[in-house]
Each structure stands twice: as structure tokens, then as C-alpha cells.
Design a protein. Sequence first.
Length: 126
Amino acid sequence: MLLDRGAQNDLQNPDGHYKTTFEVAVDRKHWRIAHLLIERGIDVETQCGKYGNALQVALSGNDDSLISLLLDKGADINAFPATRYRTALQIAARYSSEKVVKLLLDRGANINAPASRVGTALHIAS
């Protein structure tokens, strides 16, 4: 209803816990709202505060349906946002299930991406 009445889905809140509405939807695992925001034109690569991007938020919450949605809608699996973990695979190695790690590898995640402050995906998984 808010979107139908003209609420902008890309406004940012630089002082809040969440930087964007998209980050809120993904972090709280509201798949339907995230999908609605995507359908209304939100950029799936929108930066999400301390988490980097929406894919990284979904990975830290180990939500494979959101992860698949974001990848299907064009999220860059090998993006390097300026966060503690550099890639989606590094985050998955820390927070996600084996199923999600396999999903990322099957979708083309760079297994040997440069190390972040906490190492490569293999360092993190170890």
C-alpha cells in the first residue's frame, strides 16, 4: 500500500540500524517484501550498511530462498563489498549451511577469491 501511494523504495537512512528498506526485508527474511521491492525496481546490488549488499545479508541469515532470489535477479556472486568478509562464498563458509555453499559454488562463486581480513573461504570454513 505504501509503495502504491508513492513511497520511494530506494531512500536511505544513513543514521539508522538499517540503511535501506531492502536491507530490512532481507535481514528479517521477508521474502515476499524483498521480491516486491525487486519487482518495483530496487537494485539488488544496493549497499546495505555494515553488511555490504543484500546477498551478504541473506547469507548471514542462511536463507536459501532469498539467496536464490537475489542470484536469480542478478546479484553479483563475486562482488567485493567493503566488509569483514569480501565475498559471498566467504560469508557462506562462516554462516551458512553446506547446501548454501554448494549452491554458490554451482552458481560460479570464485573459490579462490582474495582473502579478506579473516582469510579465504577455506580459512573461514576451517
